[in-house]
Design a protein around this ligand. Structure first.
Ligand code: CP
Ligand code: NVA
Length: 328
């Protein structure tokens, strides 16, 4: 049966629409941020300076995310990451939307389908996941940028806030010695990545059972940016910054007893700090476990900048999002 010519025209137009839609993306997924290694050295410094600037002049950024929405997708619990992103997006005129993975259909559908749907609604997706591979899947299928809000491998937003905090105290980062004590985990990996980008030296005081990822260490070795040791005293003697994190990251709970036993000699406490330079900053990404990886008196000491770090999450992430969405 011959179809009327106006229907033929509409079918041709529909085909064109399909072709155009198939190749179109709502946003720029290539501007995703999964690790500090995704950025150039210049971009890292620009974002750190942007965070410092936004902290001083937040009113100038009130409209920056007007008409933009950001999904905050969490597989794990959070205080700092959730609150700093949720408040930060709102402070810039954007709309944040929190999604608890467990109470959504991310639990029962293919990740690639759900993320494609979500990316049709929002302009950016911040995601906290167990497996870093899930972020890689998201980046592959999303139509908007994806930002890593912590995975088993990296915690890059934390790293940016940490380097911003160090920069606030020391002005420049190049040549400073950062000493990380304890578990070779996601936070440790992002500090290694950041040290490479900022010209800092990082020393890791580690236990062989929980060493940092060898590939990440290898890259830092090629840049002469890293030194690994089993001796805490050796590690901290020239430190400008001493950093520690929990011995039991989210997802490692079944290993709690073994980890506490293994790391019992790795506590950052007054006795250890008395052997470090007296100007050394003390850092921790929080949440902390007083009496385990860090003693309460050190956490509360004058040299501790842990609450500056936590606050700076909001400032540097505000700039990061505005930068990713090309609004600054
Ligand atoms: N530092 C950090 O990411 O804290 P939360 O797990 O509370 O978000
Ligand atoms: N290494 C910790 C960081 C928490 C912010 C974890 O992954 O649980």
């Amino acid at each position: 049966m011959e179809r009327p010519s106006d229907l033929k025209q509409r079918i041709a137009a529909s085909r064109e629409l399909l072709d155009a839609r198939y190749s179109a993306k709502r946003g720029k997924p290539e501007r995703s941020f999964l690790t500090i290694s995704d950025l150039t050295e210049e971009q890292v410094i620009d974002i750190l300076n942007g965070g410092i600037n936004i902290k001083k002049n937040s009113s100038k950024y009130r409209e920056v995310l007007k008409d933009k929405s950001v999904a905050l997708l969490f597989q794990k619990t959070s205080t700092r990451t959730r609150c700093s992103f949720e408040i930060g997006v709102g402070e810039m005129g954007g709309q944040p939307m929190y999604i608890d993975w467990k109470s959504s259909n991310f639990t029962l559908a293919d990740l690639q389908d759900e993320i494609r749907v979500l990316s049709r609604y929002v302009d950016l997706i911040l995601a906290r996941v167990h497996k870093h591979e899930d972020l890689l899947t998201m980046r592959k299928y999303t139509e908007v940028p994806v930002v890593n809000g912590l995975s088993d491998l990296y915690h890059p937003c934390q790293g940016l806030a940490d380097f911003m905090t160090i920069k606030e105290y020391f002005g420049e980062l190049e040549g400073l010695n950062l000493c990380y004590v304890g578990d070779g985990n996601n936070v440790c990996h992002s500090l290694i990545n950041g040290a490479i980008k900022t010209g800092m030296h990082i020393t890791i005081a580690y236990h062989q059972n929980y060493a940092p990822n060898p590939e990440i260490v290898e890259e830092a070795k090629t840049k002469n940016a890293i030194y690994l040791t089993n001796s805490l005293e050796d590690a901290i003697k020239d430190a400008d910054v001493i950093y520690t994190d929990t011995w039991v990251s989210m997802g490692n709970e079944s290993e709690t007893d073994a980890r506490i036993q293994t790391f019992s000699g790795f506590q950052v406490n007054e006795a250890l700090l008395s052997k470090a330079p007296d100007h050394a900053l003390v850092m921790h990404c929080l949440p902390a476990h007083r009496g385990y990886e860090i003693s309460a008196d050190v956490l509360d000491s004058k040299n501790s900048v842990v609450f500056d770090q936590a606050e700076n999450r909001k400032h540097v992430q505000k700039y990061l999002i505005a930068w990713i969405l090309e609004r600054v």
